[in-house]
Design a protein around this ligand. Structure first.
Ligand SMILES: *[C@@H]1O[C@H](CO)[C@@H](O)[C@H](O)[C@H]1NC(C)=O
Ligand SMILES: *[C@@H]1O[C@H](CO)[C@@H](O)[C@H](O)[C@H]1NC(C)=O
Ligand SMILES: *[C@@H]1O[C@H](CO)[C@@H](O)[C@H](O)[C@H]1NC(C)=O
Ligand SMILES: *[C@@H]1O[C@H](CO)[C@@H](O)[C@H](O)[C@H]1NC(C)=O
Ligand SMILES: *[C@@H]1O[C@H](CO)[C@@H](O)[C@H](O)[C@H]1NC(C)=O
Ligand SMILES: *[C@@H]1O[C@H](CO)[C@@H](O)[C@H](O)[C@H]1NC(C)=O
Length: 477
């Protein structure tokens, strides 16, 4: 019974392979906003075709999965990230055709502060936070507000934050969030960077949006803890995590771009929120320099840990490149000194990303080989999300784009500081110190800009020469 099916599948595959080879690469003029928008529309259409939540009997808001059900390779969190990608798509291109399904998804899955019991088996703090960060983005870009009797974007982000803050425990490792939420999940004893950088990211953005310093207190605390425990090292490498049994000293030194991207975004928001403080400016510049050096070794992004020597990236990692470019675009809008280096990165990488796509919007994974690599395994939604992010974010180079809003600069989302759990478990904010607040200066920004230049390939004729060898540490230490 197995053989005929396998033969049929082989023939189908062969046909698909031939079609793919026959199909030209996605064509786009990267100098023209209209051309970028048309290409983005093709990729967005393809991306949304992987979503079946609007079909009869299917669950609203999710991509097919979790992997074990055989329907598709996507864990629940990745759909949360996809809706964020589509919010950015709307924000940068103005195409609102997916706004309705995006709203519906973000609301339908929001039960219990994005912890619906359907997803308990894979519910990490990071999974919950990826949905929370998409809700936060909706608030920051004035994505159309839901009707008043529905959950509101800002309140949803606050709910996620408020459920996570009480999970910060000092019994092991002197603090930090664990990876998984239910104690019965594998990974509960792992305190990892992704759980903590997502918490920092949400804290920073909530502080900036609402002006409530309880959130920034937690963002500060999380950075300090990650540095203290060695997850962020003196070169601004961001390592993956450690286990409570070893008091987090058994650091897993693998570096994933998702950790760096979410942290970079959070650090830039803190830099902006603290009015250009030296403290966050130095963190931001250091992290940005190391990120570009490590993940863009020849100018094009690679998910080094699983893409470089051998292709072994999983379904999650196939979506990571998009989060990096989306984070970088936001960093450029809130920390002006990073703008030149980030624009160069976006231009170079969007070109590379587009070459990985076919004319029907199907996109492969590798951006550094100049063509479609046929790698739609462990996807293809993640690959499409990444290419869509590349196209959408490049528009910041060509048209005026508003940075993330706050409730005093036009943001209209309605919040609820008590959403999620009771406020009892939260510590009071620490008063702002002069060093946090006073450092805003053009001089600082200029110094940081030249500092950044000194350590990245970008300011040294990088299109011709590949820059520093991949393994080099930044030279300034
Ligand atoms: C949870 O799963 C059930 C059964 O598949 C489905 O009917 C329901 O819509 C799901 N709810 C959410 C929030 O995913
Ligand atoms: C556990 O790790 C924390 C953070 O690195 C450290 O401050 C603390 O001293 C360690 N405790 C023990 C018992 O090793
Ligand atoms: C960078 O480019 C050089 C020269 O083309 C190549 O040998 C090297 O493998 C590339 N490194 C990465 C990390 O892609
Ligand atoms: C922002 O950076 C750009 C490019 O470096 C520069 O031209 C512009 O003057 C800067 N704007 C501000 C407000 O600093
Ligand atoms: C913060 O970001 C806004 C754009 O959203 C920008 O206008 C402002 O200049 C930034 N502030 C600092 C200190 O960089
Ligand atoms: C600030 O945020 C914290 C944490 O969510 C909350 O407990 C507190 O009530 C908020 N304060 C105000 C003034 O909204």
């Amino acid at each position: 019974m197995v053989a005929p099916r396998a033969v049929a599948a082989a023939i189908l595959l062969l046909a698909a392979g031939r079609d793919a080879r026959a199909q030209p690469t996605l064509s786009v003029d990267l100098k023209s906003p209209d051309s970028i928008k048309s290409a983005a529309k093709i990729v967005a259409t393809k991306l949304v075709s992987y979503y079946h939540g609007t079909e009869y009997g299917k669950t609203v808001g999710i991509l097919p999965g979790p992997p074990s059900d055989g329907l598709g390779p996507y864990y629940w969190w990745e759909a949360g990230a996809m809706w964020g990608t589509l919010i950015d798509y709307w924000h940068y291109t103005g195409d609102d055709r997916y706004n309705a399904i995006t709203s519906e998804a973000l609301i339908f899955q929001s039960a219990n502060s994005y912890q619906h019991r359907n997803w308990t088996a894979s519910l990490g703090n990071d999974d919950q936070a990826f949905w929370g960060m998409s809700a936060m983005l909706a608030a920051e870009v004035n994505f159309p507000n839901p009707p008043a009797d529905q959950p509101q974007w800002l309140a949803l982000a606050q709910a996620v934050f408020n459920t996570q803050a009480p999970r910060w425990k000092t019994d092991y490792c002197n603090g930090g969030l664990r990876w998984q939420i239910p104690p019965t999940n594998g990974g509960y004893n792992y305190k990892n960077s992704i759980a903590n950088v997502c918490f920092l990211n949400l804290g920073a953005r909530l502080a900036r949006y609402t002006g409530n310093e309880t959130y920034s207190f937690w963002a500060e605390k999380t950075w300090d803890w990650m540095e203290g425990v060695g997850y962020i090292d003196e070169y601004f490498n961001v390592y993956d995590g450690g286990n409570v049994e070893k008091n987090c000293s058994d650091i897993n030194f693998v570096q994933f771009s998702s950790n760096a991207a979410v942290l970079l975004h959070g650090a830039a928001i803190m830099y902006n929120h603290t009015k250009g403080s030296d403290k966050w400016g130095i963190r931001l510049a250091g992290l940005l320099g190391r990120t570009l050096d490590h993940f863009f070794p020849n100018g094009t992004m690679v998910e080094r840990a699983c893409e470089l020597e051998k292709m072994q990236c999983n379904e999650d990692q196939h979506s990571f490149k998009g989060y990096m470019l989306r984070a970088l675009a936001t960093v450029a809008t809130v920390a002006n000194f990073t703008r030149p280096v980030i624009l160069e990165t976006l231009r170079f990488n969007t070109k590379a990303a587009v070459q990985s796509c076919l004319s029907d919007g199907t996109c492969g994974f590798r951006w550094n080989i100049g063509k479609y690599d046929g790698d739609t395994d462990n996807g293809p939604a993640g690959q499409a999300m990444s290419a869509l992010a590349a196209l959408s974010t490049l528009l910041i180079d060509q048209q005026p784009v508003k940075g993330p809003l706050t409730d005093s600069t036009g943001g209209t989302s309605v919040g609820d500081p008590n959403a999620g759990t009771g406020p009892a478990a939260l510590e009071p904010p620490r008063p702002a110190t002069p060093s946090d607040r006073g450092g805003a200066s053009v001089i600082t920004a200029l110094l940081l800009a030249s500092f950044l230049c000194s350590l990245v390939w970008i300011c040294s004729g990088w299109t011709e020469s590949p820059g520093a060898p991949a393994t080099s540490q930044p030279p300034w230490i």
